[in-house]
Design a protein around this ligand. Structure first.
Ligand SMILES: Nc1ncnc2c1ncn2[C@@H]1O[C@H](COP(=O)(O)OP(=O)(O)O)[C@@H](O)[C@H]1O
Ligand SMILES: [Mg+2]
Length: 141
């Protein structure tokens, strides 16, 4: 199965959605999150991280673009490319060392670095249906 859709009716259903996404993703390491401002990208990423066993945020040298989470001694990288002005800024933070590290990468605003994204990834599109309801369309690319 290469794509699934999940209805999330309220924040309380996010835990269950996160479990389904993790099961669907299997060994994939790169997750990109599409959706408007306020769609719920950051909120979902935090629930995914918690579901994977993350308990603390680790400081990061470029914390405005990438945050690091500790997952039982492994690292998860969480990018928010919203504020980058050009692709050079992604080169400057050394994006390759993150994207090809084999660690899990959660990427918000992937369109800002589209040409740099690894070929294989899990795409999660979030649509706000109402104030608390979201539709997640998840596919393996
Ligand atoms: N089902 C839901 N899934 C995700 N966020 C939701 C949901 N219902 C309400 N929200 C709210 O929507 C907002 C999403 O904000 P955020 O995660 O920062 O969005 P983004 O990162 O996409 O800009 C939060 O205030 C969150 O509490
Ligand atoms: Mg966000």
């Amino acid at each position: 199965m290469n794509n699934i859709k999940i209805e999330v009716n309220g924040l309380a259903e996010l835990d269950d959605a996160a479990k389904k996404i993790i099961t669907f993703a299997q060994e994939e390491r790169i997750f990109i999150f599409e959706g408007e401002m306020g769609a719920g990208k950051t909120t979902l990423i935090k629930v995914l991280a918690k579901t994977l066993g993350v308990t603390e945020v680790v400081t990061s040298p470029t914390f405005s673009i990438v945050n690091e989470y500790d997952m039982n001694g492994n690292v998860i990288y969480h990018f928010d490319f919203y504020r980058i002005k050009n692709i050079q800024e992604a080169y400057d933070i050394g994006y390759e060392e993150y994207f090809y590290s084999d660690n899990i990468c959660f990427i918000e605003w992937p369109g800002k670095v589209e040409s740099l994204l690894p070929e294989h990834h899990v795409k999660i599109e979030i649509t706000a249906v109402s104030e608390n309801d979201r539709l997640l369309s998840i596919s393996k690319i």
